[in-house]
Design a protein around this ligand. Structure first.
Ligand code: ADP
Ligand code: MG
Length: 266
């Protein structure tokens, strides 16, 4: 946002960041505007269930997990403005960690296990598999599902005809749910590390109680694609399946496939 449009921000936000320099962060794929100030971050997104859930879960998780502190959460003209503290450390996809696969994978496993230890009895948000499928249906109806920038075997010969066909299959093949606190978009840019420890969880718009494999599947896929050159350099020493030994579980490849496919509709 050019400086002259700062006056388009809600007043509380303008007052909090007045005169401070910022850079725009273009890491995320959600289309949200993310402005990085020295100690604060402003995320601007459409005012919808997802942005409301993000602010609510960030508040609820204070003291339970390392998450940014909510400084202001303002809604104006159909937009949500989340002003939060800036997390220390770096994203998991930083080369410092990508070049040390054992450390990276054990920290990702730790990041997952910490989520699973959170007592969810008073969790304020819902986003069950049914809710996710409903939102997927809405995305399909409104033509919001990409068919180009997706896993190569999703559509076409041997795969699904189109997003509608995939949605139908997903509804018919719901796996049994093993509920835990799920981050909801557990990919490498959404987990921060500092001095070889988990320093923060970000991007909480889909955080709620859901199946353990919601996060395992996206973590596995994110490791794979951050290492195979999809997003930049190739890191041949990263073996994504080591995530399972770090977690101490045998992979359930059916569930990995199901939750990866489900994510194609988002
Ligand atoms: N509070 C924060 N502290 C530090 N970095 C942040 C913070 N919020 C966002 N970022 C940076 O901006 C990126 C995009 O923000 P994110 O909330 O993940 O948006 P998106 O939903 O578009 O992925 C993150 O991967 C991270 O690098
Ligand atoms: Mg993100």
């Amino acid at each position: 946002m050019p400086m002259e449009r700062m006056n388009a921000l809600p007043q509380v936000i303008q007052d909090a960041v007045r005169g401070q320099a910022y850079t725009r962060n273009t890491t995320g794929l959600s289309g949200a505007g993310v402005l990085m100030f020295e100690d604060l971050v402003l995320k601007i997104a459409p005012d919808d269930q997802t942005s409301r859930r993000e602010a609510q879960m960030m508040g609820w998780l204070q003291g339970k997990l390392p998450v940014p502190r909510v400084v202001h959460n303002a809604v104006e003209n159909g937009r949500a403005y989340l002003l939060m503290s800036r997390l220390p450390g770096e994203m998991c996809c930083h080369e410092r960690y990508m070049n040390r696969p054992d450390v990276l994978i054990s920290l990702l496993a730790e990041g997952l296990k910490k989520l699973w230890q959170v007592d969810t009895r008073d969790c304020p948000c819902r986003f069950s598999l049914d809710d996710r499928l409903l939102l997927a249906e809405d995305n399909v109806r409104h033509g919001r599902c990409e068919t180009e920038n997706v896993e190569p075997d999703t559509y076409g010969p041997g795969g699904f005809r189109d997003p509608e066909h995939l949605l139908y299959w997903l509804k018919e093949h719901r796996p049994p749910v093993d509920p835990v606190l799920s981050h909801g978009d557990f990919c490498l840019p959404n987990l921060f590390l500092q001095e070889d420890r988990v320093s923060g969880y970000l991007d909480l718009g889909f955080c709620a109680v859901a199946d353990r494999y919601q996060d395992i599947a996206l973590c596995y896929r994110s490791l794979l694609h951050n290492a195979d050159g999809t997003y930049g350099p190739v890191y041949p020493n990263i073996a994504p399946e080591r995530l399972f030994s770090a977690l101490g579980i045998a992979p359930d490849w059916e569930k990995v496939r199901y939750y990866r496919l489900l994510d194609e509709l988002f």
